[in-house]
Design a protein around this ligand. Sequence first.
Ligand SMILES: [Zn+2]
Length: 272
Amino acid sequence: MQVVDIGANLTHAAFKQDLAEVVARAREAGVAQIIVTGSAVDESLAATRVADRFGLHATAGVHPHHARDCGPSTIAALRDIARHARVVAIGECGLDFNRNYSPHPDQEKWFVAQLELGIELGKPLFLHSRDAHPRFSEILQIHRPEKAVAHCFTGEQAELHAYLDLGLHIGITGWICDERRGRHLVELVRHIPRDRLLLETDSPYLTPRDLTPQPKARRNEPAFLPHILRAVARALGRPPEEVAAETTRNAMAFFGLHESGSSAAAQRPLAA
Ligand SMILES: [Zn+2]
């Protein structure tokens, strides 16, 4: 049984000491591929290095928390990083009106700029939205990418249906394992079309609350993705093997990965 973790923040300081072990544990657990999330220009560059080192993939983007740090050179820098063969999406980008680390006008400006970049490059978008519906949907209606995923979906039914109407894929994390905050997701995952469901850990964040024993320092890691898969399969009332195969197929198609787990560009032989 194989799964794909479409969102892991492996450049986070929490993985500094033992990243090789973390990746090895993920592979042993059946995580066939990991998309390393880029959340700022330097982090995106670091994500490509992690992807190179371990044969993984990466995204290039600026998280809304860091929108205030963006400037005239940001998009050119992301465009440059996106040329890397292992970069398979633009993001994460979007809106976060929960923490509000960056002013809303900055968040919106750089969200739009990254949507336009993804559209220009023909790359899928890896989107973050927290307490930002309906503004998030309004922007997507105007700057509409061909392929995009609402990563770490935690919203309510109206929000889910708005995203599905926009044609978005939906990323489900261990939030669904939280018997307090994630109960509504157990019912809502059944509304997601089978070919638009994706799985992710969002490591080192969002450690599944029902994981026993809880990991050291409660750090989440990609090896826990099969645990999340089983929770999703239970919610759907379907065999985990089936959901694993389906979500893996979805991730491969969405990011343009091949059976071996590498992207078309990364498989191309290097010029001599
Ligand atoms: Zn996010």
